[in-house]
Structures are given as C-alpha cells and as structure tokens.
Design a protein around this ligand. Structure first.
Ligand code: AMP
Length: 180
C-alpha cells in the first residue's frame, strides 16, 4: 500500500522543553516536503497546532478533524486545507484513522495515549494493518514500552504485540520506518 496520508497523534500542549515542538515541526515540514498529507485532531494549540502550522508553511496539505463540543477546552485551527467538524471523540478518531495510511505518535498526554491504544488494539484484533510508528523522542515513551513489556511478562499479551508498532528515536527514523 502506498503511504501518502499520515495521521499524527500528539499533545495539545507544548511540553516543558522547546525540543518537543522543535522536532514535531521538523517532522511536519518533512512531511509536506515529501508531499504527504497530515491528518490530525484539528486544534491550534500545543504540538498539534505546531505540526499543522509547520506543514502548512511548507506548502503541505493539512486535514483536521475537530469535535464541536471540544472548543470549550481547545480551539480549532481556522486555516487548514480541509476541516471536518464531528459530533464526538469516537467519530474524530475514526475519521482520522479512515483518512490515513499510517499513524505516527509523537509526545503527548492522556489524549495521545488514548488515541495510540485505540489504533494498537484495533491492529491487535486484525481490523487493520496500517503502520504505527512511535517517536520515542529522548526516551519520552520509555515507560509506555516498559508497560508493554510488563503486560507481556505477566502473560496478559503475547510476544507478538511487539510487532504491532515500530519505535524510532529520530524524525528521520519515522520516515525510514514508513519507507519514505
Ligand atoms: P493530549 O495528549 O492529552 O494533549 O490530547 C491530545 C488530543 O487528544 C487533544 O486534542 C484531545 O482533545 C484529544 N483527546 C483526548 N481524549 C480523546 C479521546 N478519547 N478521543 C479522541 N481524542 C481525544
């Protein structure tokens, strides 16, 4: 399958070190330069807003999916190439997933974790085979990986779950994992 549209899950906050936004912007710029569409949650804040702006500035296509009730907590981006307003979080996740060929997980919080687990568990149940790439920037997701190993070690998941996603430690590594 050719990979042209990438769903990105990431934080609605910047994190406490500028390196998170910096690397996310580098990734989004490279995405645009490689003529790949960014699909994301449609917000204008945090790493989410930064990836959208970086891709747009580099001439890329950016598709946002934003639940209408969310604007009491987060505001939506007003200048995307395409925006769909949906009713709820489930529809948001599904619409993002449906419109992408692969999923990339950058640093983020509970929302990012929720989104990551959803696509990983769907893949565990064989409902899709889309690549899932986790950008473990400076060990940010080490404890996620350790949790997975603990789950396997305790017998609540098989060894094969390790193959559901690919962990990389650089922006270049994301594209290598995508074959781009
Ligand atoms: P966070 O990683 O917590 O900064 O959240 C990143 C994005 O995920 C934000 O746009 C959140 O609104 C969103 N989010 C949080 N929970 C969910 C959910 N259950 N389904 C879809 N998106 C969510």
């Amino acid at each position: 399958m050719s990979i042209n549209s990438i769903c990105v899950f990431c934080g609605a906050r910047d994190g406490n070190d500028p390196k998170y936004v910096r690397e996310a912007k580098l990734f989004a710029t490279m995405l645009a330069e490689k003529k790949m569409q960014l699909v994301y949650g449609g917000g204008d804040c945090g790493i989410m807003g930064a990836v959208a702006n970086a891709s747009l500035e580099a001439g890329g296509q950016v598709f946002g999916v934003f639940p209408k009730f969310l604007n009491q907590y987060e505001s939506e981006h007003k200048k995307l190439s395409r925006m769909i307003i949906v009713d709820d979080m489930h529809t948001r996740k599904w619409t993002m997933f449906e419109n992408s060929d692969a999923i990339v997980i950058l640093p983020g919080g509970f929302g990012t974790l929720d989104e990551a687990f959803e696509v990983i568990t769907w893949k565990q149940l064989n409902t899709h085979q889309k690549p899932i790439i986790i950008f473990n920037q400076d060990g940010y997701w080490d404890k996620f990986i350790a949790l997975t190993e603990s789950i396997i070690g305790h017998g609540f998941a098989g060894e094969s779950v390790r193959k559901l996603y690919t962990v990389v430690d650089s922006v270049e590594g994301i594209f290598e994992a995508l074959g781009k």
